[in-house]
Ligand binder design. Structure first.
Ligand code: BTN
Length: 324
């Protein structure tokens, strides 16, 4: 709390703030201010201290610290509670366990590194330290279990929009849960839920984004936002803090839209951002594969593929590859 107060004061002032002033506003002693400044420095804040002038904030760390994400976060429920970890097995596993204990809707779990990041179909999601975003959100929507794919599509829309606005890259959605930049995967989404037969208890949306991750740390076919920046911007890093904040804002925006106007507007946006209708795909199911043209997405979020023989086939889970 005191840390947040000190930061708020330093952020508001481009000039130095005297120790005396900080004591007064934060309501603690000079020695306490010094201790808090030291702690903030250890967390990566670059704070200049000069004997006569006082303190000045020079630089903010690009770490997934709750105080940073919450700074100017424009949401009503998402991210009001943020739990951030240095290293975990999986943010989805943590979110699921907390949700079972009643952690409220909108809570966000973040980690700098995952040792057992979970992907779809039991795969692992490589999650090296301090270069990506590994985030899980708890939602408690009033939907039936078979509507969960709508939430995955909603998350894909939110993630693509957040990447576009923060990194200025042409993020595209590939059904159902991948975000591609220049045809390479930079983000994946894993939605898990606890449900009874006709009622969802809670949903955990897990989103992994390769942000400043180096190629050698990534699996084949994957890339990171930084790697996909155009040549004119290769000196840049993409701010993980800004992107996380934007992602939380977009998720809330789309979630509220879903509640207010139903799934159609999300679906329209999904189609616009996926550019898949009419493309040729190879569908890989558990026991067979086939090719065809993407005909549509049905109202439950399943992919409808027109097979070469002319029949329409619905695919609700499986892998697809674009055929070019
Ligand atoms: C996929 O494309 O297979 C989905 C990958 C989802 C990865 C994210 S990272 C944050 C969250 N925690 C996990 O263990 N997995 C998801």
């Amino acid at each position: 709390m005191i840390d947040e107060k000190i930061l708020a004061i330093l952020r508001n002032d481009t000039d130095h703030v005297s120790g005396e002033e900080l004591c007064k506003i934060a309501g603690v002693s000079r020695a306490a201010i010094w201790k808090h400044i030291e702690k903030l420095r250890e967390e990566g804040y670059d704070i200049e201290a000069s004997p006569h002038l006082g303190y000045r904030l020079l630089n903010i760390p690009d770490r997934l610290i709750p105080a940073e994400i919450k700074w100017k976060l424009r949401t009503r429920i998402l991210g009001k509670e943020i739990l951030s970890y240095k290293k975990v097995d999986s943010t989805n596993a943590i979110a699921y366990a907390f949700a079972e204990k009643g952690l409220k809707e909108g809570s966000v779990i973040l980690a700098e590194e995952q040792e057992k990041g979970k992907g779809r179909h039991g795969r692992t999601w490589l999650s090296p330290s301090e270069s990506g975003i590994y985030l899980s959100v708890i939602l408690r929507p009033q939907i039936t279990p078979n509507e969960i794919s709508k939430i995955t599509l909603l998350a894909a829309v939110a993630a693509a929009r957040a990447i576009r606005e923060t990194a200025d890259l042409q993020a595209m959605i590939k059904w159902p849960n991948h975000i591609l930049v220049n045809h390479k995967k930079v983000c994946g989404i894993l939605t898990e839920m606890k449900a009874e037969q006709d009622r969802v208890d809670f949903i955990v949306i897990g989103i992994g984004i390769n942000v400043n991750t180096q190629m050698k740390q990534l699996p084949k076919g994957a890339s990171s936002l930084r790697e996909e920046l155009p040549d004119s911007r290769t000196d840049e890093q993409v701010s993980r803090v800004d992107l996380t904040r934007k992602l939380i804002e977009k998720l809330e925006e789309d979630y509220f839209l879903l509640k207010k106007d139903g799934f159609q507007p999300i679906m329209d946006e999904w189609k616009r951002l996926s550019d898949m209708i009419g493309s040729r795909v190879k569908v890989v199911l558990q026991n067979r594969t086939f090719e065809g043209l993407v005909h549509d997405i049905d109202p439950d979020g399943a992919l409808v593929v027109r097979r070469d023989a002319g029949t329409l086939e619905k695919v609700s889970s499986g892998d697809i590859a674009m055929v070019r």
